[in-house]
Design a protein around this ligand. Structure first.
Ligand code: ATP
Length: 243
């Protein structure tokens, strides 16, 4: 085991699609018990960053260390097996599958299989709405229930770290609060988090630190407790005419 204090360490990561460069050299760290946010407008590379960390996209340069080990040469399923789990944006669930089937299927690595019962109990306790609807097909779930199930799928993979891509997209304030509580509870179990969000108030309520992402680069880091000028952030990202 290494003495690396960081769960995740990214150095000068570059990636893109065909002729377009999207990540222009991103470096960041997530501590071993930390909640870190990524905030920035649409299309500036946050999802590309998570996909590159998970190796769904091959980086053009740079390096990723997870729990002290370089994971640059690993295939995506090996990264999942190590416990670095991405909960993707949007509805990536199989529409005809039931909640329980979906959760059980997610525990596909040997380690996750061993923890299946405990993790299933945890997910159903964390999200009682899922427990009440356990035989319901994914296509019939509400937006909030789908987000809960997506996080549940991530938890069934036995995560040592979670990367959540806009988990509250399109949800009502009440549902956002419910999800914030669940995410805080997951973090309190000692699981480090990298959280992508567009809702500045939501992200600031949850994270220890936040990186601002602008056109494929990290332009600033804001620590919890730092006085944040919301208008300044909005101006910087959306122009001084307002968002
Ligand atoms: N599969 C793809 N092929 C080509 N270009 C892509 C692909 N996926 C994303 N892009 C482009 O890469 C850029 C960054 O997109 P990305 O989804 O990473 O941004 P984002 O900051 O996560 O925004 P959002 O919150 O809207 O998802 C955008 O210009 C997008 O059009």
């Amino acid at each position: 085991m290494s003495n690396d204090p960081n769960a995740l360490e990214i150095t000068d990561l570059r990636a893109g699609y065909d002729a377009s460069d999207v990540l222009l050299g991103m470096s960041l760290q997530v501590g071993s018990n930390e909640r870190v946010g990524l905030f920035g407008p649409n299309g500036h590379g946050k999802t590309t960053l998570l996909n590159t960390i998970s190796r769904v996209i091959r980086p053009r340069a740079g390096s990723v260390r997870f729990m002290g080990d370089t994971i640059d040469a690993l295939a995506p399923h090996k990264i999942v097996a190590r416990g670095l789990i991405q909960v993707p944006q949007g509805n990536r669930l199989f529409p005809d599958m039931q909640i329980m089937e979906t959760l059980e299927l997610a525990a596909f690595t040997p380690h996750a299989r061993k923890e299946l019962k405990a993790n299933l109990d945890y997910v159903l306790e964390l999200f009682p709405r899922l427990a009440e609807r356990r035989q319901q097909q994914c296509k019939t779930l509400s937006g909030g229930e789908r987000q809960m199930l997506s996080i549940g799928v991530g938890l069934m993979c036995a995560p040592r770290m979670l990367m959540l891509d806009e988990p509250t997209l399109g949800l009502s304030p009440k549902l956002k609060d419910e999800l914030a509580q669940a995410i805080a509870e997951i973090s309190a179990r000692g699981i480090p988090l990298l959280l992508v969000e567009q809702d500045i108030a939501f992200i600031l309520s949850l994270v220890d630190r936040m990186y601002l992402v602008d056109h494929g680069e990290i332009t600033r880091e804001i620590r919890r407790g730092t006085e944040v000028d919301h208008q300044e952030i909005m101006d910087m990202y959306f122009g001084s005419g307002g968002a």
